[in-house]
Write a protein that binds this ligand. Structure first.
Ligand code: ARG
Ligand code: ZN
Length: 885
């Protein structure tokens, strides 16, 4: 392997050559595919004759021509990654090349490959170079046509971006289609599909009255399962018009569902989706699956404006499109479901996954400074923290100000490839805003930790909040600066009501915080310094502060609230997010204290006040049921591990299990009532009310099933057998599967028997088993690897069975090293097939230094074994070597 090269943002240079037009012609074959490309090249620099460097990987060059003249050896250099035209003519010219590729041998899921017999593509980030020689970078934008020629009976459907302008039959049982995309685009948005599929058809009439033809393509037997996806697509199109004034811009929108795909991809007018993110029926998909489809169909649709019409200058700017589009899909899902419940899930993801990334060797800013493989940076930091950064603009500017900023962004940059600063500037300029050092959110990695102490002065009737903030060092960034953090704050009085807020003393000035002359109940404190104080005036009694309402910034907040304060907020805060948060803080404190009991082999105990707090939430009929389900769910083991000096998976697991079981035992009657009251025999409906009801019932069932109790086993089995939809059936199965034994084995066998014909359901069955905490589970996973339904080439199966295994902290981190050994072996096997998937798995090792010495040595040995493997991919190399550093 050539020494992997690190690429730096600071080295960005404009391309010397632009491409204006690209005409592609594919002759698709079973043995090989021929790709002809004709590119209109425009030289950016007058009279320059700098070499034109084209990217190309796994391509067999047949010929290359400039202005119709075939180039001879000496006119170009060819290596395993590039075709370099040494002295192209000055001025504009036509470049033509012909290559051969082998899609049926391509297991990387990038470039042109075969999925279940059909041809499809995935070009983001750098897959287009596996199709033809090209300047594979997003700031090269061109207008494309694409002609596809293939066997008609095998591939009756031929699709590419834009509009179909010609089609017809050819000799030898072949046919062809020509597509033309009127919008210029970077090559990562190119797509082609040649397949045996059928479509669900619908139409959407845009706000200006244009009729758009909508098609969702799947194998014919799956068409009934596309109803939900079509509903989501139309809802997304309408929402983007209503909320952002963005109208769809072509007459056709295709979504193709394939079983093998990295996830979902926003190719212009030809989205390609993993079938898991398209197909759903009540019997086969859970509420979580339905919700994921809503979010992702929305996400890829919203990319049409944030990503496609305005794209990224270079891959360091990935969050420009991903953070913004995730923010948009979060807002979409909130508007269609419950805002609080969505906010809780999204904030949890930040705190569990993103903070963990920040604390490890792969910590990087929302806009990374360097990478070896950009594929390794499709991360929770770029996506989810990036979305939080966008959310902060909205928090600071309000809905209207944010909309003005978005409008200006589109107005300025439609058709361009731009940077995160351009987005920042649009927000600032549209609002004449003072954003202080807000840009640091893009460049500084790590989680800000904010400490708050409060004090009340009865005489002066003032209430003070003192903030201090730090950001821990991350690789390559030893010294950090203070960030700009909007802290949404309310003051709660002793009756549980919000106090009216009118002015705050800060930085030597008394500032009014009223809105239109009226007092407000939540104000946004702008914390920008290492240390600073805010003093509320006219505060008639000692309040309890409700801080960081709605999780107004992606930070870790440490306040001096007492347990009593927290119980009070849990019961009364008008900000539902903070009610949930208060319960979680209490639960974490409680679990944390029990970890030490466990480590000292003391008996574990459960604080009765906590049980009471949970009970009050359970019985509060004024609360939303999905909220209750979330509020009674204990923080995950990972969150607790993050609080410990030395991660101790055994202790954390034992403590969480103990508290869960103890709560189940003390609140058994309440949980039983919840199960009974929230059953429904009616037809499955995907709406908030019904989802919330199912969530609450199934959460209660999960608690009950932790008890050793014949009667409960009967109940759970009854729920399993009487379920009429997958949400209920699968929840009951998961409840039964908590404990090893015959009931578990029988239920798992029964479930497989019932669903073996449906791959997507079988994946859930794999994941349930692989993520199980039952002792010594790794040997079951080895067995499942050779199960007839498993296939290392299919990403969904790999995520379910192997990715799922990482979900069980006790088993993955087993002290005998069996979990590490398993993952290390599989990652290397997978690396030969699909480096992107392999490096995803390897990241599970990245926090190895958090563990005790025994585990450290075992994990380190796996990483060392990887980096010393011959032929290791750059993807895995980057993660493994950075983890060892
Ligand atoms: N742009 C796609 C999305 O966010 C994801 C592409 C993933 N590509 C990759 N190489 N991981 O919807
Ligand atoms: Zn995206």
């Amino acid at each position: 392997m050539d020494a992997p090269k690190e690429i730096f943002l600071k080295d960005y240079k404009l391309p010397d050559y632009y491409f204006d037009t690209v005409d592609l012609s594919f002759s698709l074959g079973e043995e090989k595919t021929t790709v002809y490309a004709k590119i209109g090249v425009v030289s950016r620099v007058d009279g320059a004759a700098s070499p034109l460097v084209l990217d190309g990987v796994d391509l067999k060059l047949i010929s290359v021509k400039i202005n119709g003249n075939e180039l001879k050896e000496g006119d170009f250099n060819l290596d395993s990654r590039h075709l370099i035209l040494t002295s192209p003519p000055s001025g504009n010219f036509i470049l033509e090349n012909v290559v051969e590729i082998l899609p049926h041998k391509n297991t990387s899921l990038e470039g042109l490959y075969k999925s279940s017999g059909n041809f499809c593509t995935q070009c983001e980030a750098e897959g287009f170079r596996k199709i033809t020689f090209y300047q594979d970078r997003p700031d090269v934008m061109a207008k494309y046509t694409c002609r596809i020629e293939a066997d008609k009976s095998l591939y009756p459907v031929l699709l590419s971006n834009g509009n179909l302008i010609e089609q017809g039959d050819l000799e030898g049982g072949k046919h062809f289609a020509v597509w033309e995309d009127p919008f210029k685009k970077p090559c990562y948005l190119f797509a082609l599909v040649a397949a045996q599929l059928e479509s669900r058809n619908d139409t959407f009439t845009t706000c200006s009255g244009r009729k758009v033809s909508l098609k969702i393509w799947t194998p014919s037997q799956d068409l009934p399962k596309t109803e939900h996806a079509m509903y989501c697509l139309k809802a997304a199109m309408k929402w983007d018009e209503d909320v952002f004034g963005r109208e769809y811009d072509l007459d056709i929108y295709n979504i193709v569902s394939v079983p093998d795909n990295i996830g979902a991809m926003e190719n212009k007018s030809l989205n390609i989706f993993n079938s898991e993110l398209v197909l759903a029926s009540p019997e086969t998909a859970t509420d979580a699956g339905y919700a994921a489809i809503l979010g992702v169909i929305g996400h890829e649709y919203f990319h049409n404006w944030t990503g496609n019409r305005v794209t990224c200058r270079d891959w360091f700017q990935l969050s420009l499109k991903e953070g913004l589009t995730v923010f948009r899909d979060h807002e979409f899902s909130s508007d269609l479901g419950s805002r609080t419940a969505k906010r809780i899930s999204d904030a949890s993801r930040i705190r569990i996954s993103q903070f963990s990334q920040d604390a490890g060797p792969m910590a990087h800013p929302v806009r990374p400074h360097s990478y070896i493989k950009i594929d390794n940076f499709y991360t929770v930091t770029v996506y989810a923290k990036g979305a939080e950064v966008v959310r902060m603009y909205k928090t600071l500017l309000g809905s209207q100000g944010f909309r003005k900023g978005m409008d200006l962004y589109f107005q300025r940059h439609d058709g361009q490839a731009v940077t995160c600063e351009d987005f920042f500037a649009a927000m600032r300029d549209a609002n004449d805003a003072d954003f202080a050092n807000f840009l640091l959110w893009y460049s500084q990695a790590g989680t800000p930790v904010v400490k708050v102490t409060s004090s009340y002065n009865a005489e002066a009737r003032t209430f003070s909040l003192k903030f201090s903030q730090t950001v821990a060092p991350t690789p390559g960034q030893p010294v950090k600066e203070p960030m700009f953090i909007p802290v949404a704050t309310g003051l709660v009085d002793s009756s549980g009501k919000d106090m009216p807020l009118s002015s705050v003393y800060h930085d030597g000035k008394l500032e009014s915080v009223t809105c239109g002359g009226q007092p407000v109940y939540t104000t946004f404190l702008r914390v920008t310094k290492g240390e600073e104080e805010f003093v509320f005036s006219d505060v008639p009694q000692k309040p309890i502060p409700s801080l960081l309402r709605g999780y107004s910034a992606p930070i870790r907040l440490q306040s001096d609230l007492t347990d009593n304060d927290l119980f009070f907020l849990l019961a009364h805060d008008s900000d539902e997010f903070n009610r949930w948060e208060a319960g979680q803080i209490l639960a974490r404190k409680l679990m944390y204290s029990q970890v030490f009991n466990f480590q000292k082999t003391n008996a574990l105990v459960l604080d009765p006040q906590f049980v009471h707090g949970i009970k009050c939430i359970l019985l509060d009929s004024s609360l939303d049921k999905e909220f209750i389900a979330k509020a009674i769910t204990l923080p995950g083991e990972g969150e607790l591990m993050d609080m410990l000096e030395v991660a101790d998976p055994d202790a954390v697991h034992a403590v969480r299990k103990f508290i869960k079981k103890q709560l189940a035992s003390e609140l058994k009657q309440e949980f039983l009532n919840l199960v009974k009251e929230n059953r429904s025999s009616e037809k499955y409906v995907f709406d908030h009310t019904n989802m919330a009801r199912r969530a609450l019932k199934n959460t209660a069932l999960g608690y009950l099933a932790s008890l050793e109790d014949e009667e409960i086993t009967e109940l759970v089995l009854h729920e399993y057998k009487s379920a009429t939809n997958m949400t209920d059936q699968f929840s009951a199965l998961a409840a039964i599967a908590q404990k090893p034994g015959k009931a578990r084995d029988d239920a798992l066998a029964d479930f497989y028997n019932q669903w073996q014909h449906d791959d997507l359901v079988v994946n859930k069955w794999f994941a349930l088993q692989s993520s199980s905490d039952i002792p010594g589970n790794v040997k079951n996973i080895y067995k499942l690897l050779s199960h007839q339904a498993f296939d290392l080439k299919n990403p969904n199966k790999v995520y379910s069975l192997i990715g799922g295994f990482r979900g069980s902290l006790v088993n993955f981190h087993a002290k005998d090293g069996s979990g590490y050994k398993f993952l290390g072996e599989i990652a290397l096997q997978l690396d030969k097939l699909n480096p992107q998937m392999a490096s995803g798995l390897v990241s599970a090792f990245s926090r190895w230094k958090r563990f005790d010495e025994t585990r450290q040595n075992l994990a380190k040995a796996q990483l060392e074994m990887m980096v010393s493997t011959n032929g290791l991919s750059e993807n895995v190399y980057e993660i493994a070597s950075k983890s060892l550093a």
